[in-house]
Design a protein around this ligand. Structure first.
Ligand code: ZN
Ligand code: ZN
Length: 288
């Protein structure tokens, strides 16, 4: 019997009716209008974060009455992370060691109601639909650049979409929809030179690389370029509320919209499978 594994897959009948979440002084109880399915949700499903299951997924909800929430809430305001924010930034909850993360360790937005923290929720522009706003609360806001500098984005699609398909997606979506000044095929031998040339002064020296994936084996960087060109490798975790407010101003001004597929509540169990389908070319959003 030694070949019999300790665990197995099994189908279980279950009915998920859970209590409406309790909320505190600085919380908002939101009725969910739409919520996105992110790569993080797929990783939760796969057990990457060892989340306690069952758990309500999604940290990208957008609510009927003009509010979107980030997936960070309930900072303790006393730990090292809370005290150690960058100079010039308002205190923010991103680095709190005791914060809650919707859909990762705590229930998220695939539900009728979700609790949001007023400190990480933003009002939405009028012309933006619930479905469009949902993925902007994670993938969208992560991509907001604070300064007017040339930017090279490796891969295409909402952050969290499968980057290996990025080139096909870029061709299909078309440069005019991406609104990029230049599209470079990274399989070209001179792709790096093209990027550096396009970036001008900022391309070659002292550039900042912001890797956002979470590969289990980490990243590898060339030491010579790092030291001799003073290049910077910088992490980035979601966003602050002020940056989110800033993003919505830009979204409103430039009419930024994403490629989406909306699904209904009854199709939620199929999401991990649909998400991993190689033909998927858009962000998946649950519309309540
Ligand atoms: Zn996300
Ligand atoms: Zn804290």
């Amino acid at each position: 019997m030694s070949s019999v594994p300790k665990t197995m897959k099994a189908a279980r009948l279950t009915r998920h009716t859970v209590p409406v979440p309790e909320y505190g002084d600085n919380d908002l109880l939101l009725k969910v209008g739409a919520a996105g399915f992110c790569h993080t949700d797929y990783q939760v499903y796969e057990g990457v974060y060892q989340s306690k299951l069952p758990l309500t997924p999604s940290h990208e909800p957008k609510v009927g009455q003009r509010v979107g929430m980030l997936n960070l809430k309930h900072a303790c305001n006393s730990c090292g992370g809370c005290r150690n924010y960058r100079e010039g930034d308002p205190p923010n909850m991103r680095f709190c060691e005791n914060k809650e993360m919707a859909g990762v360790q705590h229930d998220g937005g695939f539900a009728e109601y979700v609790v949001a923290d007023a400190g990480s929720s933003s009002l939405l522009p009028d012309g933006l639909s619930s479905e469009q706003a949902a993925p902007m609360m994670c993938a969208g806001v992560i991509g907001v650049i604070e300064k007017d500098l040339p930017v090279a984005v490796i891969g295409v699609g909402g952050l969290g979409q499968r980057p290996s398909k990025g080139r096909d997606l870029a061709q299909e979506v078309g440069p005019e929809n991406l609104r990029a000044d230049k599209v470079i095929n990274y399989n070209n031998k001179d792709a790096t030179e093209q990027v550096i040339k396009f970036g001008g002064d900022a391309g070659g020296v002292a550039g900042v690389c912001v890797p956002l994936g979470l590969p289990p084996d980490g990243f590898k960087f060339g030491a010579i370029d790092l030291v001799f060109k003073e290049r910077v490798i910088r992490g980035s975790l979601v966003a602050t509320k002020p940056l989110t407010d800033e993003m919505f101003k830009l979204v409103d001004k430039h009419g930024v919209r994403s490629h989406l597929t909306t699904i209904g509540f009854k199709d939620v169990p199929k999401l991990p499978e649909v998400y991993m389908n190689e033909h998927l070319k858009c962000r998946l959003v649950l519309k309540m």
